[in-house]
Design a protein around this ligand. Structure first.
Ligand SMILES: [Zn+2]
Length: 508
């Protein structure tokens, strides 16, 4: 049965009461009031299953370096915005893979323009920090500072810190950057959820949430100000949720459902943990940030605290295998844990022997289709022949793995249409040719990944993800049929309106 429909949908007290298909457009009756959308099509509300809401809101305000074609362009953009936190200049989004040559920048590049103020610029994937000498001084990082476990201080030929910090080494500097104020965070959440709503999203799975931000989400939800439902997976790498005393919560617009852990870093900075060394740097196979036993003990504490979902970031095939090992042990120790959703965020490089293990341990693959098309060139450099094991969407579905989708915004655009297109066409920007087209998926499977499967990943599929009587009234109304339109039309679709729990938001 198709999931896009035209006809009359009656909504009573936040739920869908009746659905009467008919041609010509969509009519909504919400608690007695009638709204007409001629020629439009309704889809179950789209979900972004992996995103960073505060990050997107802040990116609207602070210099954002995504897409910058050179380090000079980054430095220019930073100079133009001068986005500050206290004395610090901060920004994010640079990607040296887009530059020629694709080399990490250095502190000296920044020192030439910013000699006296500390500068900290986060890489697009959040796994590397580019700082100037002033920032290195403030953080006390010198020639004699050794790299921390799970991180690296990169050095130039003379042995001095080069100005690039990877993964846990970033914390040396980050702890000196003044935090955002509660007002900054509130404004960021409102800006981000408004953008998402206009792009057709009705629900966001917010990952790696800072525990101090949770009350701000709750207050906004209770005041009816969130235009999308928000589900939070709280930061857990150092048991932050536990130390902050965070427990699961229930609510219509905001719920705290799980914790988020990191098994490794990212491919771009060679922090993703691979089973074999990197193709373009045989001296390293990446970093595992948590081993199996630590992962198990974190997950056990989260389950004891009553959380029903565990999301673990794993990009490299070694990290994915380690997470599967941990999940397998959790399922053995908790034989009645069927209602616990175990998710592997990104699931980018998966060894063939591990595909079926997702099904065996009940792990959900949470992927970001635009990562594949944006990173195809870089992934080829990093992985060589192993790219055939990367971004294996169709293989997941053929094995029966639940595949849900998100954008990882602000790492990538929050627009779900870009992700749906990437799922189906798998074609990098500026290229005519699909990349490993054997792993592309059908339109219907792509839409399911943004709807019903995303709800399975949050255990809400019994009440969300389809336009059927009894379901929550979460609906997105587009100007065309996204289930059947030509591939080339997907990203041209316009959102007319979204409905979240029966509340209508008009977008055009
Ligand atoms: Zn993320």
């Amino acid at each position: 049965m198709p999931i896009a429909l035209q006809g009359e949908i009656t909504i009573v007290r936040a739920r869908i009461a009746t659905v009467e298909p008919s041609e010509g457009g969509v009519v909504l009756r919400i608690d007695g009031r009638r709204y007409e959308f001629p020629d439009a099509w309704a889809l179950p509300g789209l979900v972004d299953a992996h995103a960073h809401i505060v990050g997107l809101g802040i990116a609207q305000r602070e210099a954002y370096l995504r897409g910058a074609q050179s380090k000079d362009e980054c430095i220019e953009r930073v100079g133009a915005m001068l986005s500050r936190r206290g004395d610090w200049i901060v920004a994010r989004g640079w990607n040296h893979e887009l530059w020629s040559p694709p080399q990490f920048p250095t502190a000296a590049d920044l020192d030439a323009i910013f000699a006296d103020v500390p500068v900290a610029l986060t890489r697009v994937d959040g796994h590397a920090l580019w700082v100037n000498s002033r920032a290195l001084d403030i953080a006390g990082i010198s020639e004699t500072t050794s790299s921390p476990p799970g991180g690296a201080i990169l050095r130039s030929d003379d042995g001095k810190p080069s100005g690039i910090l990877l993964d846990t080494a970033m914390e040396f500097v980050e702890r000196h950057i003044p935090p955002l104020t509660a007002t900054d965070v509130e404004e960021a959440i409102l800006a981000a959820t408004d953008l998402c709503s206009r792009a057709g999203l009705t629900e966001i799975h917010d990952m790696d949430v800072d525990p101090t931000n949770l009350p701000i989400f709750t207050n906004l939800a209770e005041a009816g100000k969130l235009r999308c439902r928000v589900l939070s997976w709280v930061r857990g790498q150092h048991r932050q949720w536990h130390r902050a005393g965070i427990l699961p919560t229930v609510g219509q617009l905001h719920r705290v459902v799980g914790i988020k852990l990191f098994a490794d870093g990212a491919l771009g900075s060679r922090g993703a943990a691979l089973l074999d060394p990197y193709f373009d740097d045989p001296t390293t196979s990446g970093l595992l940030l948590l081993d199996r036993d630590d992962m198990i003990s974190h997950i056990e504490s989260a389950l004891e605290d009553g959380f029903t979902s565990i999301a673990v970031h794993a990009i490299g095939d070694r990290a994915v295998r380690t997470v599967l090992d941990a999940f397998e042990e959790i399922r053995l120790r908790y034989p009645n844990s069927d209602d616990v959703r175990l998710r592997i965020e990104h699931s980018q490089v998966v060894h063939p022997n591990d595909l079926l293990r997702y099904v065996q341990v009940g792990a959900i693959a949470s992927v970001q289709p635009i990562h594949c098309t944006s990173d195809a060139t870089m992934a080829t450099r990093r992985l060589g022949m192993r790219t055939q094991h990367a971004y294996r969407w169709r293989s997941f579905l053929e094995c029966g793995v639940v595949l849900c989708a998100g954008s990882d915004f602000p790492v990538e655009s929050h627009d779900p249409l870009l992700g749906i297109e990437a799922f189906c066409r798998r074609t990098p920007p500026h290229s005519q040719n699909p990349w490993h087209p054997e792993e592309s998926i059908s339109r219907r499977d792509a839409l399911d990944a943004y709807t019903i499967a995303a709800h399975r990943a949050a255990d809400t599929n019994y009440r969300r993800g389809r336009i059927l009587p009894g379901m929550d009234a979460d609906i997105t109304i587009f100007d065309r049929n996204l289930e059947t339109c030509h591939d080339s039309e997907i990203t041209q679709a316009r959102t007319f309106a979204t409905v979240v729990g029966g509340t209508l938001y008009m977008h055009k």
